[in-house]
Design a protein around this ligand. Sequence first.
Ligand SMILES: [Zn+2]
Ligand SMILES: [Zn+2]
Length: 576
Amino acid sequence: MQHTDKTQALENKKIIKQFKLAAELMELHDENPFKVRSYANAVAALELVEEPLETLTQAQLEGIQGVGKGIAAKILEINEKGTFAELDQMLQVTPPGVVEMLRIKGIGPKKVRNLWKELGAETVEELLEACELDKVSKLKGFGAKTQENIKQALLFTQQNRGKLLYAEAELVAEGLLQSIKAAVHEAQVELVGEMRRRMEIITQLQFVLATGAPVKAHEALQRMVELREDEKASGPFAWRGWLAETGMPVEVRLVPTERFANELLLTSASVEHLAQLFTASTNLLTVVRGQAYTSEADIYKSAGMAYVAPELREGTNELELALQNKLPQLLELSDLKGILHNHSTYSDGAHTLEQMATYCRDMGYEYLGISDHSKTAAYAGGLREGDVLRQQKEIDELNKRLAPFRIFKGIESDILGDGSLDYDEDILRTFDFIVASIHSTLNMDEQRATARLITAIENPYTTMLGHPTGRLLLRREGYPINHKMVIDACAANNVIIEINSNPWRLDLDWRYVQYALEKGVMLSINPDAHHTSGYDDMKYGVLVGRKGGLTKEMTFNAKSLEEVEKYFRERKEKIK
Ligand SMILES: [Zn+2]
Ligand SMILES: [Zn+2]
C-alpha cells in the first residue's frame, strides 16, 4: 500500500539539510540577510519537490520556483562531491561545538553567535560550564530562563549522543545486515537486540551470526570498510566496534549453527523476560541453557507456552498470557482502513487538501481525516473561523468527486492554557472529529499538565487526544503527565488516544498501551502527516501499538468507513 520511495526522499533530505545548515551558518557569521533569505526560500521550495533532486539538470532545477541559478549549481555540486564549497568554507571557520549549538531548541544562530563571540564558548562543555557559572543569563537578550533552557537542552543532548531514532536506525541496520551477509559467506545472520524488540531509541546495532568458522568470520568483519573494531572489547565469540561513519556501537555475536536459535532469543528479549520465573524454579534462561533448539518457537514450546513475538518480550505479563495461550493477535499495517490526523496547505502542510486526499485514496485507504491547526497556532498557519468554513466547503465538493472515498472534517485544536478548546461551540460543532493537542506553554509540572489535558478530554467535542506528552525523542523531553489519570479520563469520556506515528514522537508511549487497552480506550494510529510521504510513518505507529499488545479490534482506524462515520455521528448526537 505504499508507493513512495524512502531512499529517494532521504537523498533529497540530505541535500536540503545542507542548505538549511548553510543558511544557519550565514546568519551565525552575520552575512547579508538577503542571501540568508534566498537559502531559506530554496529550502522551502526543495521540500516540495517529489522527484529525486540528483536526477535533475541545471535547467530543470532552475525551473523550480524559489531555486535560482546559484542554488541549482550547488545542488549539482552536492550530487558530484557530496557537499558544496561555500558550506565547507563556512564549516572550516566555525568550531564544531558551535555548529552543535545551532541544534539547541529555542535559540537561533544570532544568539549562538553571542555565546560564541562574547563568552568565548566553543564547545558544548564550555557552554554548559558558562551556564553553571551563571554567565549566560548576564548576556544581553538572554536572562535566567533562557540560560536554564540552554542548560537543560545541553544535558539532554549529552545523554543522547550516539543514539538514533528507530526509523533512522532501520535504514542503517538493514544496509549493514546486507553488507555483513555479503562479507561473511555462508553464514546465517540476523538483526537482533533493540531493533528486533522495536525500541523507540536505538543505542546499539546487534547481530547474531551463525558459522562453523568463527575465526574466518571475525576476520571478514575486521575487513569491512563500514566497521571499526574495538579490539579490547572483542573476543572469539563477539566482534565489537562501531560504524565508521557515525560511531554507532555495533556488536556481532558469533555462534555455532546449532546454537543460532538459542542466541536469537537471548539477544532479542529484555532481561526481565528471560529471568522471570514462570514455575517455582524455571525461567527462560534455564530452558535456553538446557539444550540446543531449532527455532525460537521450539524454545517456547518446550517451556510449555505459546510463541512470544520479540516486541512483546519486555517482562510485563506476556509470559503469563503465553502460558495460557492468550497472547493478543497483534495489529498489522494492512489492518488499517483510513488515515486520521493530517495537515494540508490550509495550515502548515506541504500538500493541498486534494493532493492529500487523492494520494491517500491511491494508497488504498477508504478515508482521510484532515485536522489542520487551529487559530491559536498562528505560527503553524492555524485556521481562523472563515478558513474552517472555506475548507469544509472544499471537503464537501471533493467528497462528491472522490466518492466512495471520504474526507472527514477535523481540526487539531490547540488545548489552551486553561484546557479549553480553540473555537466557540458554533464552530466546534461543524467538525466530524476533533484532535485535541497541546502545542504551547510546554513548561508545566505534572499536576498542571495532567489537569490541562483532563479538562480538554472532558470537553464533549474532543474526539481524540493528540500526542499526549508533546515529546520529541532525542530532541526534547515531553511535559510530565500522569498517564494513568489521563487514560482513566479518556475511558470515562469515551475519548480515543492517538499513537502519533511520527518517528520523533511515538506518543502515546508503548509502555502505556496495555493500560489503555485494559481500560477499554481505543487507540488510533495517526501519522500527523504534513506531506503525502508522511503517511508512511504509520508503520512506526503500528510497531509501537504492537509492542504494547494492540489488536485490530482496539484500533480506531482499523474500522471501516461506515463504522467510523457512524461513530463520529453518534458521538456528536450525544452532545447536548
Ligand atoms: Zn500536534
Ligand atoms: Zn498535527
